[in-house]
Design a protein around this ligand. Structure first.
Ligand SMILES: Cc1ncc(COP(=O)(O)O)c(C=O)c1O
Ligand SMILES: [Zn+2]
Length: 419
């Protein structure tokens, strides 16, 4: 074991299978050797308890590394030098709340991360794990945002990057990966095809695939969304959180974050309902929830919300169970509703989110209409990606108010004709 590996092990005692509970040593492995279940870090509770205090966290940097005691990363010595991921604004949204008939609504604005999505959180953590294991090439299977993030963070860290994406992604997401010098591998297939290919490649190549062989560490980065929401609400848990769902990892980990905060005495226990949001064109988790099933039936994705277009979600089963256990719901919305959601969010609160944000807001609107979210609840909606990445989803739907010749006269005539 290298000295950097030993540093990583200080927080984390090992990896444990979510299915059969068997344990194995810390390393770049992603599935249980016995049952192929997903692996998760097991923290050394005594080590965490000694450092996870509110004052230590609030005195930390204005990035997700303030929660280092609760992440699989060394806690002594300098914190990682990354691009400044995390501690994104939690914005009160009174105008949007009024439009939706809600009382107290907050938006977690992760459009503000270095590469414009919450994926910077998971990549920041995965990159540290890669470093600890002596891996020099960072890779991923991505619906777009993860590729952008891997490309940016690898460039900053001086690592090589290979990002595998479906060939028909939004232009901005391809450009925003390639510009960092990453090798963009456009695969003629769906995300699920890309993911399968990367699972094989990860075994073969010895690279650090953020969401494949580093997934146990990567997924822990999503907990920081939950940690930040609680801290930003004054160390309290909200009543209800609405989370966009692709693989289902973020939803599962936000729940985990809240439970860990309670376990370590950082917040009082409080029941938080967790609801999921999907596109109707890729709704395997919503369909399972509505049918009362645990089993996720894979679907073929067809939606403008390409970042959420995972037809066979790795953590779908766990996400449905978290939603049921907490009294939340999962619903899905059409492409037209997604565009309406993007516009409503932008017009009322000045936040331009990508299609995933439209999914979240449109689903929240649907839940509010049928009384599944109530005006008495303190609600947080996760806005996870920047709208500039998916501009084409609005092309032809949003445009100039006036088309005029360059004269004041022409403008005046148009203004008057509008009344
Ligand atoms: C913008 C955005 N929001 C939400 C998600 C959903 O994340 P998860 O796969 O953890 O469910 C993704 C996944 O790619 C995403 O790109
Ligand atoms: Zn197992």
């Amino acid at each position: 074991m290298t000295s950097s590996e030993q540093r990583l092990v200080r927080n984390v005692a090992g990896l444990r299978c979510r299915e059969c509970g068997s344990e194995q040593p810390v390393g770049p492995s992603h599935v249980c050797g016995f049952c192929f279940g997903p692996l998760e870090p097991v923290y050394d509770d005594a080590v965490v308890a000694a450092r996870a205090h509110r004052d230590v966290i609030t005195a930390g940097p204005a990035t997700l590394w303030r929660y280092a005691p609760l992440l699989p990363i060394v806690r002594d010595g300098p914190l990682p030098d990354d691009l400044g991921t995390g501690l994104s604004p939690l914005r009160p949204a009174p105008r949007l709340a009024a439009r939706l008939g809600l009382g107290r609504l907050w938006l977690k604005d992760d459009t503000r991360n270095p590469s414009g999505s919450f994926k910077d959180r998971v990549v920041s953590v995965a990159l540290q794990a890669a470093r600890a294991f002596g891996i020099e090439t960072l890779a991923c299977a991505s619906t777009g945002n993860l590729a952008n993030s891997v490309a940016a963070h690898a460039a900053h860290a001086g690592m090589d990057a290979y990002v595998f994406v479906p060939h028909d992604l939004e232009e901005a997401k391809i450009v925003s990966s390639a510009v960092y010098g990453a090798n963009v591998v456009a695969v003629k297939g769906s995300y699920d095809d890309v993911n399968r290919l990367c699972a094989e490649a990860a075994d073969d190549l010895g690279w650090g695939f953020a969401n494949v062989n580093l997934r146990a560490y990567y997924a822990e980065g999503s907990k920081t969304l939950g940690f930040e929401v609680a801290e930003q609400l004054g160390w309290r848990l909200p009543d209800h959180v609405v989370v966009p769902v692709a693989s289902g990892s973020q939803l599962t980990k936000v729940h985990r974050a809240f439970r860990e905060l309670v376990r370590h005495g950082l917040v009082d226990d409080h029941p938080t309902r967790i609801s999921g949001a999907q596109a109707a064109g890729c709704n395997p988790v919503a369909a399972a929830f509505k049918a009362g099933r645990d089993v996720i039936r894979p679907v073929k994705a067809d939606t403008i919300a390409k970042s959420l277009a995972i037809g066979n979600p790795a953590d779908g089963y766990y996400a449905v169970n978290v939603v049921r256990d907490t009294g939340g719901e999962v619903d899905d919305v059409t492409d037209d509703e997604i565009r309406d959601g993007m516009r409503l969010l932008a017009e009322t609160e000045g936040i331009f989110a990508e299609t995933a944000g439209g999914v979240t807001i449109a689903t929240l609107a649907k839940l509010a209409r049928r009384g599944s979210v109530t005006p008495g609840e303190q609600v947080v909606a996760m806005i996870t990606g920047n709208g500039l990445k998916t501009v084409e989803s609005l092309t032809g739907h949003v445009g100039p108010a006036f088309h005029i010749e360059p004269s004041l006269d022409a403008f005046g005539r148009q203004l008057r004709s509008r009344g």
